[in-house]
Design a binder for this molecule. Structure first.
Ligand code: NAP
Length: 258
């Protein structure tokens, strides 16, 4: 795809819930470039959906992984160690906050809601990277996680997820520093709003889409395929000199000052 050849590379893609997922768009880009894929599913509920998508890309593995449970992360590492021996590409497209913590006042966020959002949406990047480390270090690797502008700006209703994204982006920089000597690159893609299962949990999301399109220099919203293309750049040799970066795929929205 676009002259990018990822054949012989193993890509672990976490965070595919259905065909709308940003991680699925990235998985499709990686597959078109020739990468071998493993998709993880957070549990029984969506497993059949993920399996239906996986069969469209022959040879794709589907494994269970709930990032709040270390044993399920370790089971993925063990299976991929046995089956592949190395991981060259890791996609982290995972986030979660309780509905009530995205609706009320941010100032009233309860401790358990804060901890849950930070655990699933930010700590999971550190923990998964650490538990996959022997496989990532084998041949060197590229990692991409998905962020949003609420990491650095106040966005109505984004509440605790903004805090989680701020921690996520700082973790990208710290991991990039620490893992660079092992030839592991890590970057974040800060995507504009796209209608997905997780996005629909944000109160007023439809209005947000409209406002983004009006204000963005490109005068439109982005597509998930554009996220897939930008991720392919960061995850392939085209991005070989880039690490610790946040790349905005938001039709330019973040540059605006009004
Ligand atoms: P999505 O399709 O709903 O993907 C979110 C994924 O997170 C789902 O696959 C979900 O699995 C997974 N997840 C939640 N809790 C988990 C857990 N404990 N263990 C493992 N996986 C878990 O929505 P998306 O919009 O593509 O989100 C992907 C990433 O993009 C998120 O980090 C999101 O914040 C970010 N992002 C999205 C937008 C947007 O507008 N859509 C913009 C910027 C950034 P289950 O559904 O099985 O729980």
């Amino acid at each position: 795809m676009y002259g990018i050849d990822l054949s012989g590379k193993h890509a672990l893609v976490m965070g595919v819930a259905n065909h709308r997922s940003l991680s699925w768009a990235i998985a499709q880009s990686l597959a078109k470039a020739g990468a071998r894929l493993c998709l993880t599913s957070a549990g029984e509920r969506l497993r059949s959906m993920v399996e239906e998508l996986a069969v469209t890309i022959p040879g794709t593995l589907v494994l269970d992984c709930d990032v709040t449970k270390d044993d399920t992360i370790d089971a993925v590492a063990k299976r991929l160690g046995d089956e592949w021996g190395s991981i060259e590409v890791l996609v982290h497209g995972i986030a979660f906050a309780r509905k009530e913590d995205l609706e009320g006042e941010f100032v009233a966020t309860p401790r358990e809601g804060f901890q849950m959002a930070l655990d699933v949406s930010a700590y999971s990047l550190i923990n998964v990277t650490n538990r996959m480390r022997p496989l990532l270090e084998k041949n060197g690797a590229a990692i991409v996680t998905l962020s949003y502008l609420a990491a650095e700006r106040a966005v109505p209703s984004y509440n605790v997820m903004g805090s989680a994204k701020a921690v996520l982006e700082q973790s990208v920089r710290q991991l990039a520093y620490e893992l660079g000597p092992k030839n592991i690159r890590i970057n974040a893609l800060s995507a504009g709003p796209v209608s997905t299962l997780a996005a629909r949990g944000i109160h007023g999301f439809t209005d947000m889409l409209k406002k983004h399109a009006e204000k963005a220099p490109l005068k439109r919203n982005i597509t998930k395929e554009e996220v897939g293309k930008a991720a392919l750049f960061l995850l392939s040799d085209l991005g070989s000199g880039v690490t610790g970066e946040v790349l905005y795929v938001d039709a330019g929205y973040h540059i605006m000052g009004w």
